[in-house]
Design a protein around this ligand. Structure first.
Ligand SMILES: C[S@@+](CC[C@H](N)C(=O)[O-])C[C@H]1O[C@@H](n2cnc3c(N)ncnc32)[C@H](O)[C@@H]1O
Length: 420
């Protein structure tokens, strides 16, 4: 776990007000929370260094437990101010004892008491997950595992980096970060992973400017490992986004061979090209997805990291759970099947097609792969656990399946399909 960077002293009323204001901006706005944070910080020049980190960290925590926080706030004897809302969260989530708060917003009724009164709230409010989604998790994993999973959505996720092997290695990265005051350690699962002990302003470090790392969760790094990309290969990242996995594949290829990154969104292609330049990737061709036709039968590896419900990354994007519907999941599964089938012809005989999502739902994962294999007998699933074992990662199983409760990683699914 990455611990929030401590403030030099107790939080002031000004900082708590700012955290409450940011929380409300996210609740009331329509923009994604990342964009809300960026806009908010642009207008708050008076907040400096650790203060900015604290305000964002508290607001993100509040978003993660939003339903429960709103219910607890209704139990206070007076309408809470913005700062009082932040205090209620900090006490309820046991991040600060009431004695550490600079204001006493409870108006005679204790914050801890108001929070405790929500202990008996319905599961969806307490766990912060809509009822239909909680029921899916219960059906697929059992009640205890489902509740343990949802409990992790309320926790701050670790900040995980991937050491860029084109420039460094994980141990050298840990040392380089330490020289800049950033405390980190090797990750437990991903061989190139490095986890921050405390939150830090990463993007102003020399290590970042020099392209020594990318921010990438361990689960995502494990997906890239399934691809078995190697120097000299022709590799296609079919849903490249802004390149999280593309850049990892490039590092595995050591600059030799050709890596195609295909992505329909122009803005993401632009971000990917910028990141690739910083990371020292020179064997990359970035293009729209219509470029895939000319690659038929040529690829040693094709990665399809398909658009999905994002249920594996709810602790990072707590706003997505409540806008997701049962119909969305069905629609996504149809799209995932179509994208996977669209990329299958690119794989040469003996090559590898890797299907991945950051979904925790079987409808988007196992069911998509089963349907594909039934229609494409030229492909056969190979054991993902064995592929990972070759990289020194012990996660036995036909498919890669990790999540925040069992592995401490974001939730990812991955299947390795071999073209015969
Ligand atoms: C899960 S994200 C990819 C994340 C990326 N691989 C990474 O590791 O950062 C899925 C991406 O697929 C793209 N996409 C959407 N429709 C697509 C299609 N029909 N074919 C290929 N990619 C598509 C989306 O724009 C999105 O960027």
């Amino acid at each position: 776990m990455t611990v929030a960077h401590p403030l030099p002293g107790r939080p002031t009323a000004r900082l708590l007000d700012a955290a409450g204001a940011l929380f409300l901006a996210g609740v009331r706005g329509r923009a994604p929370l990342d964009a809300v944070v960026a806009t908010f910080l642009r207008g708050r020049h008076e907040l400096r260094g650790a203060e900015r980190g604290f305000v964002v960290d508290v607001a993100q925590g509040m978003w993660r437990v939003r339903r429960r926080l709103e219910l607890a706030a209704r139990g206070l004897s007076a309408e809470p101010t913005r700062g009082a809302l932040a205090c209620l969260y900090l006490v309820g989530a046991r991040r600060l004892p009431p004695s550490e708060l600079p204001i006493d917003p409870a108006g005679g009724r204790g914050l801890a008491e108001a929070w405790r009164a929500t202990d008996g709230a319905p599961d969806d409010v307490r766990l912060g997950v809509p009822s239909w989604l909680l029921q899916r998790f219960v059906d697929e994993r059992g009640g205890e595992a489902a509740r343990a999973l949802c409990a992790t959505f309320a926790e701050a996720p670790p900040t995980t980096l991937r050491a860029n092997r084109l420039r460094t290695d994980p141990d050298a990265l840990v040392r380089a970060l330490a020289e800049e005051g950033v405390v980190a350690r090797r990750a437990a699962l991903a061989p190139d992973g490095v986890v921050l002990e405390f939150r830090a302003e990463l993007f102003s470090t020399r290590a970042f400017t020099a392209g020594l790392f990318e921010v990438q969760d361990e689960g995502s790094q494990l997906v890239s490992l399934l691809c078995g990309a190697a120097p000299g290969m022709t590799v296609v990242d079919g849903c490249a986004g802004a390149g999280g996995k593309t850049l990892h594949l490039a590092a595995q290829m050591g600059g030799k061979g050709t890596l195609y990154a295909l992505e329909p969104h122009e803005r993401r292609r632009h971000d990917l090209s910028r990141r690739a330049a910083r990371a020292g990737v020179h064997n990359l061709r970035v293009g729209d997805v219509d470029k895939k036709a000319r690659l038929a039968g040529r690829a040693d590896v094709v990665l399809v990291d398909a658009p999905c419900s994002g249920t594996g990354v709810l602790r990072r994007n707590p706003d997505t759970a409540w806008s997701l519907t049962v119909d969305d999941v069905a629609r996504l599964a149809t799209q995932q099947r179509a994208i996977l089938e669209g990329y299958a012809p690119l794989v040469r005989p003996g090559g590898r097609l890797v299907y991945a999502t950051c979904s925790l739902l079987t409808e988007e994962n196992e069911r998509v792969v089963e349907g594909f294999l039934a229609r494409y007998p030229a492909f056969v699933a190979v054991d993902a656990g064995a592929v990972l074992a070759a990289h020194g990662v012990s996660l036995p199983g036909e498919f890669l399946s990790v999540d925040s409760a069992r592995h401490g990683t974001d939730g990812f699914f991955g299947a390795v399909l071999l073209a015969r």
